[in-house]
Design a protein around this ligand. Structure first.
Ligand code: URA
Length: 437
């Protein structure tokens, strides 16, 4: 019989005490093995959410989660593996663009991505909107793909960090997402389990991010860097703005189309800054160039010469996706109804609040309200203007893609309520800060 009891552990955290490594190991092992039920784990997660965890507890939680399943050993490939992860956002299609792009420059990519969480989208859902694309590969297939074409992007399908998979879904269903120790342990456990030697993190900040201000985002970044240092994984965090959605499209196949257009040279400014900044650091950590500005140029060159796009096509083809959809984006199924949202007055767009827009996209069917909800790949929002742009009264600010007229009407009404237009021009900085290990 174990010397630990889950009720004592919940009580300890509820009363703001520190959990020992053994207690954390006990919880993670037994929750992963289904010996601790969801309702008790929920109580513990809420206690962690409310009372926090110190540095040692967060590191112990991360390592317990990383070791809850298999830890990938990529050393036989004899390459430096630099992984990338985002703390989540709205319209965030960065992985779809960035990873094939860096792979086209020789950075090997073995990426395990997540599904949408809360009001934020997930790379796996976006990839699955490409007909045929298989996100569930065996370990051997995954490693073979990386060896063969230099890139594979999958879901958390192998037995890697299974504790995170369960905890992530549970947190989403009990409003326990926006917590520094829980986000840090979730992300870093996945990165460690998937064999990353070095890590570049996009820490989003603002309305549509889990961290609402730069102070909290810096705290999260430093927590993840500390875990990286203790686990011998060099980690760089790039703090990026998420007050408005990234790029123009929100919704699964709408974002895939925007990603393909980006790879073909049509690059929205904010998305370009995020992709090139993260990419430049991925190249640096891979040992492919120390000069960040030169690295950005290399990335841009592989957009202009089509090599980034070619690598994306190769990735999709290699995972059974139908590449004719990439060649002709009009082949993607479209929502039944497409309606415009018009500017109520003349002026500068001053707010396109990302969280509310993410929630509207979820309500249309682009995300899940419950774990078992099925995603509608065709619905979402395409912005026609960004913060700082000038609009005339009645000019189109956004388009809504819906398959249900009642939802469409509600989405238009809500968009009209949340879009703000003012006489003065607002400017949003995209890259806010870079923090090294
Ligand atoms: N991304 C993750 O992988 N985990 C979180 O908790 C939040 C964002």
């Amino acid at each position: 019989m174990s010397k630990f009891h889950i009720l004592d552990i919940i009580e300890k955290k509820r009363d703001k005490k520190t959990l020992s490594k053994e207690e954390i190991d006990y919880v993670i092992t037994n929750y992963t093995n289904n010996n601790i039920p969801d309702y008790q784990m929920s109580a513990l997660l809420m206690a962690i959410y409310l009372n926090g965890m110190d540095k040692e507890e967060t590191t112990n939680m991360t390592l317990a989660m990383a070791n809850s399943g298999e830890v990938l050993d990529l050393s036989k490939l004899n390459k430096i593996f630099v992984d990338k992860h985002s703390t989540g956002g709205v319209g965030d299609k960065v992985s779809l663009i960035l990873l094939p792009l860096v792979a086209s420059l020789g950075v090997p990519v073995a990426k395990m991505s997540g599904r949408g969480l809360g009001f934020t989208g997930g790379t796996v859902d976006k990839l699955q909107s490409i007909p045929g694309y298989n996100t569930e590969l065996s370990k051997e297939e995954f490693i073979n793909n990386v060896e063969k074409i230099g890139i594979s992007m999958i879901s958390q399908s192998m037995n890697l960090a299974p504790a995170d998979k369960k905890i992530y879904a549970l947190r989403d269903s009990i409003s326990c997402v926006e917590s520094i120790p829980l986000i840090a342990s979730s992300i870093m456990s996945k990165k460690i389990a998937s064999g990353a030697q070095k890590i570049v993190l996009d820490v989003t900040v603002g309305d549509g991010a889990f961290m609402k201000d730069i102070v909290q985002a810096e705290k999260l970044a430093k927590t993840m860097i500390d875990i990286g240092t203790l686990a011998n994984r060099e980690t760089v965090c790039i703090l990026t703005n998420m007050d408005e959605p990234l790029g123009f499209s929100i919704g699964n196949n709408l974002e895939v189309k925007e990603a393909v257009n980006f790879l073909k040279g049509n690059m929205p400014q904010d998305l370009k800054e995020v992709v090139f900044s993260l990419g430049a650091y991925m190249l640096k950590l891979s040992g492919l160039g120390d000069n960040i500005e030169q690295n950005k140029k290399k990335l841009e060159q592989n957009i202009l010469n089509g090599k980034g796009y070619e690598k994306f096509v190769q990735l999709v083809q290699n995972q059974n996706g139908d590449i004719t959809y990439l060649e002709d984006l009009n082949k993607f199924p479209k929502a039944k109804y497409i309606e415009n949202v018009y500017a109520g007055k003349k002026g500068y767009i001053s707010k396109l609040p990302a969280k509310s827009i993410g929630k509207i996209a979820c309500y249309l069917g682009a995300g899940r309200e419950k774990k078992e909800d099925i995603i509608d790949n065709t619905v979402g929002i395409v912005l026609k203007k960004k913060v700082g742009d000038f609009v005339e009264k009645n000019e189109i600010v956004a388009q809504i893609f819906a398959n249900d007229m009642d939802k469409m009407n509600e989405a238009i009404e809500n968009m009209n309520k949340i879009i703000e237009i003012s006489e003065n021009q607002t400017k949003i900085d995209t890259i806010l800060k870079i923090i090294y290990g």
